[in-house]
Design a protein around this ligand. Structure first.
Ligand SMILES: [Fe+2]
Ligand SMILES: [Fe+2]
Length: 393
């Protein structure tokens, strides 16, 4: 029997890993491929790695549709650092002497093979299949000098379609709220969001926010988050983004006026003349920065929705609009006219109509108080009206 072995942290597993394994299986007529998530790889001992259970689950999910793919948690069972040699010894014991083992690696790992723990002994016991990666040249002469002619009989290289996906890049994408669709199987994508991997969980965010906000403000934030999710469902906007933006929109709202100016200056936020007269407005701009600093949210769309939640802006995205409006109608709000706005949200399927009404209400409110109207609010309203006109033509 011929068994292929795919090792890796699989944090997360992606189509690059799966395509590599399938190429090796096809080229070497392997009977099965065993995916073995590594526990504590020696070269990553100090890095933060996602808990084993999640990496194992993602590997199971990613491989379930291929009958040749199996998953083994064997490295998690062993204490101490995981060395490939220990794994190979254990596998030889498991499968017996008639089974040939083929360790599948990328050509970058192949280049470093001589530096692996007891590399020569390893090459005697297992075949290595290196998948050629664009831009990585393996010096086979050097490998031959190190492993000798006998050793080289166990070293193979195959070409495979280039799928330059990196797990580090995928984690970064999730953190920044960017899509990982078509990089990982859909089931893995779903698992990452369900288990809130690679970003601060909503629970931790709520916990952190609760420590920093007054009771009423915290209740208001939860109200905005829940209302934003309802609106997001209705208007087909990312519900997770709506929840986080709603939850954190007022995260900088506890600062007093002078503090607000200081906090804005500290972060390089320009203070316009309207903001200078009404420093309260600055909490939106500061909040958009604080979500990165405190809540580890690096999502530009969420930051923008928070930035725009008080005065709006020209050309708002659906997420911007939802947060702006949820802030006005969440269940704890109680002012004349709020019921009418809530009814409108129920009845209307036109988000622009809803926002236009909300902007009008807000402009009437501030003018009645003889307060300043922020130019961005006017810009938001004019933009929507002009767009409506264009549509009519
Ligand atoms: Fe606010
Ligand atoms: Fe608010």
């Amino acid at each position: 029997m011929k068994v292929g072995i795919m090792g890796g942290t699989f944090d997360p597993i992606h189509f690059g890993h799966l395509a590599m394994a399938e190429s090796a299986r096809e080229n070497f007529s392997l009977d099965e491929i065993l995916f073995i998530p590594s526990a504590r790889p020696p070269h990553k001992a100090n890095n933060q790695i996602t808990p084993e259970v999640h990496r194992l689950m993602m590997t199971f999910l990613a491989t379930q549709s291929n009958k040749y793919f199996q998953v083994s948690p064997m490295e998690f069972m062993r204490a101490g650092l995981s060395y490939t040699l220990d794994t190979i010894d254990a596998l030889h014991q498991k499968f017996g002497n008639d089974t040939e083992l083929f360790f599948i690696i990328g050509s970058d790992s192949m280049r470093d093979l001589p530096t692996w723990h007891k590399a020569k002994e390893l090459v005697e016991k297992v075949h290595f299949i290196s998948i050629a990666r664009p831009g990585v040249n393996v010096n086979f002469e050097e490998l031959q000098n190190f492993f000798g002619e006998e050793g080289m009989k166990h070293i193979h290289q195959i070409e495979s379609p280039a799928l330059e996906i990196s797990s580090t890049d995928l984690r970064e994408r999730v953190k920044k709220g960017r899509s990982i669709k078509y990089f990982v199987p859909e089931v893995v994508e779903g698992y990452i969001y369900k288990e809130q991997l690679y970003f601060m969980s909503a629970d931790s965010m709520r916990h952190e926010l609760q420590k920093r906000l007054k009771k009423e403000r915290f209740a208001h934030s939860i109200g905005v988050a829940n209302t934003a999710v309802k609106l997001a469902k209705k208007f087909c906007v990312d519900e997770r983004k709506a929840y986080i933006a709603g939850l954190l929109h007022d995260c900088a709202r506890e600062f007093e006026n002078e503090q607000l100016k200081d906090e804005a200056t500290k972060r390089g936020i320009e203070i316009g003349e309207v903001e200078n007269s009404m420093p309260l407005l600055l909490h939106s701009y500061i909040g958009a920065k604080m979500i990165e600093e405190i809540y580890d949210v690096h999502d530009a769309e969420i930051a923008q929705a928070i930035y725009r939640h008080t005065v709006g802006a020209r050309d708002m995205t659906p997420l911007d609009k939802i947060i702006y409006f949820a802030d006005m109608i969440e269940p704890n709000r109680n002012y004349p006219g709020v019921e009418k706005l809530r009814e409108l949200a129920e009845k209307s399927d036109d988000l622009d109509e809803i926002i236009l009404t909300a902007l009008n209400e807000s402009i009437i409110f501030v003018t009645q108080k003889n307060s300043l109207v922020h130019p961005d609010t006017i810009a938001a309203r004019n933009f929507l009206l002009l767009q409506k006109e264009k549509l009519k033509k």
